[in-house]
Design a protein around this ligand. Sequence first.
Ligand SMILES: NC(=O)c1ccc[n+]([C@@H]2O[C@H](COP(=O)([O-])OP(=O)(O)OC[C@H]3O[C@@H](n4cnc5c(N)ncnc54)[C@H](O)[C@@H]3O)[C@@H](O)[C@H]2O)c1
Length: 258
Amino acid sequence: MTKAIAIVTGAAGDIGRAIAARLAVDHDVILMVDIDVAAGEKAARALGPAERFVAQSCDVTNEASVGEMAKRAATLGLVRTLVNNAGAARAVSLHDTTAEIWRMDNALNLEAAFLCFRAVEDQLKASKGSVINIASVNGMNVFGHPAYSAAKAGLLHLTKLIAVEYGKFGIRSNAVAPGTVRTQAWEARAAANPNVFEEARRWYPLQRVVDPADVANAVSFLAGSQAAAITGVCLPVDCGLTAGQAELARTFSQSEHY
Ligand SMILES: NC(=O)c1ccc[n+]([C@@H]2O[C@H](COP(=O)([O-])OP(=O)(O)OC[C@H]3O[C@@H](n4cnc5c(N)ncnc54)[C@H](O)[C@@H]3O)[C@@H](O)[C@H]2O)c1
């Protein structure tokens, strides 16, 4: 039997590790792709044996490196799921955004997903597999980090482009848009303001931020057979942030029920 492979990019990060662990329930091998070789290896060993959790060094913004990663995947089995999870934000405002930052954020948060998809599209055709792009609420509304946000908005469109053009091959393409997730990506902000999660919490209808496992559960659902008729959508995993803000509803309606 050919082994079912799930590729998770940025797999050494907190969300990537949670996704890798969750997808291991119904995939034989998880290819844990990261530019940080040592962190990728450490994350893979923490999750399980080397034949199930395979660390792969790869810069997802580099076409040759992505090509090597796709070749490695083909030696392990057949790719059924590609999770484009690697991502990061640099400048916080447009005023602080240089042309170089704009290009780097677009390369990592948008172009890399295109490169990874094209590199494994034949394997996905053969498996009638699916792509899950980890976008962000920043791709839907303005919450700062402009170049990252514009790239994530583009990633939502790429999700639809793949769904429409590749649907005839049985390939599905969906996105997950997390709100604030407690991860190492927040370390610097949490160090500068230890109350950052407490302050963020009040804008979330569920009055909490997101855990990496919440994102992983949504990815697992979209990758699985329960989502067989779902393609081209964005599933926010945002504790209600993009639904609205209770504080603003209270101001507008002057109702204490919010
Ligand atoms: N943390 C949040 O609040 C939050 C919210 C919404 C969306 N997201 C998205 O979730 C995804 C994961 O975020 P996270 O918080 O776990 O981040 P993280 O910083 O913890 O992990 C990101 C991982 O990507 C790797 N990476 C960076 N550049 C790479 C490259 N060129 N090639 C391969 N790997 C590379 C890093 O080494 C790191 O291990 C990102 O796409 C991010 O935009 C995060």
